[in-house]
Design a protein around this ligand. Sequence first.
Ligand SMILES: [Mn+2]
Length: 300
Amino acid sequence: MDTNLIITSGCKYIDIDAYASAIAYRELLKKQGTAATASTLATPNRSIPPLILNLKYHLDPAEAPDNAKYIVLDTSNPEFFDKRVTAENLVEIIDHHTGFEGYWQSQKEVKIEIEFIGSVCTIIFERIIASNRVDVLDNDLCKLLIAGILDNTLNLKSSITTDRDRAAYEKLIEIGKISPDWGAEYFAACEAEILKDLETAIKDDIKIEKVGVLPEVIGQIVVQDVNNFAVDEMKTVFKEYPEWLMNVISLKDGKSYLYFGGDGVQNRLEELFSQQCKVDGLLVLDHFLLRKQIMKLARQ
Ligand SMILES: [Mn+2]
C-alpha cells in the first residue's frame, strides 16, 4: 500500500492491547480515507496466541519509507518507542500509562490522548463509534478489541477498569454478535501458551524502567492459581539482574504475589505497601494490582 503513515507501539514486546488497537486504528483510518499500516519491530508476547493470529486481521510487514510518520499506541515513554520512531517523525500518541502526560503536553506538534483507563482498545473503539464507522467492526475485529480489553483489565475485574471499558466490551459483544464465551476461550489460549514455556512468557513481558523505590526490572504474569506457578523456574529468569520484582496475579484468590530479589528491596517494598513480608522474598497483597498500578503508586 502506498502510505507513509505507520501505527506502532513499544520497542521490546507488544501485547494484545497494542496489537489489537493498532490493527483496529488502521482499519478505522482506512475507512476514513487515510491509508495507514500497522507494524512493529518488537516481539508479540504470549497474550497473542494462535487463536488471535488465526483471525483474518494481521499486522503489516515492518517496512518503512524514508518519509514515514508514526502513531504510537499503548506507550508514552519515548525511551521505549519502536526503534523507527524519532522526535521528528512522531505525529500522535494514544496511551493509558502514566508518567509522561506532562512532557507530551509541552510537545505541541504531537497529537496526544493519554487517559488512565483499562485499555487502549477501549479508546480506539470509542473513536470508531464517534466517527460513525461502526461498519468497520466485523466479527473478527470485535474479537480482537474484546481480547485487548479483557487482557488489560483482567476480565474487567482489575480496579483500573472504567465504565468506558465495560461499555466498550458490552457493545463489541453486541455489534460483532460474539459469544460471551469468547473471553474464556481467549484466556485459555493464553494460559496454554504460558504453560508451554513459562521462561519465555516471563521474558517477553519484562519492563526495565526505574520508578521510585521499585527495582528497575519488573515482570508480570497472570495465572489461574498461584499454587500451580513454578516459582523456581521464574527465578532463573531474573538471575542476571541485581534486583527485580515479579508480579504474579492469581485470579483464583484475587491477589498479587510480589516475588522479588536484591539488597534492600524488601524494606523498600514493605514501606511502599505499608505491609510486612510473612516470608522473605515475597509480599502478598490482599487484592491484585497490575504492574502499571504498582508503578503509578511508586511515582506518587
Ligand atoms: Mn495496554
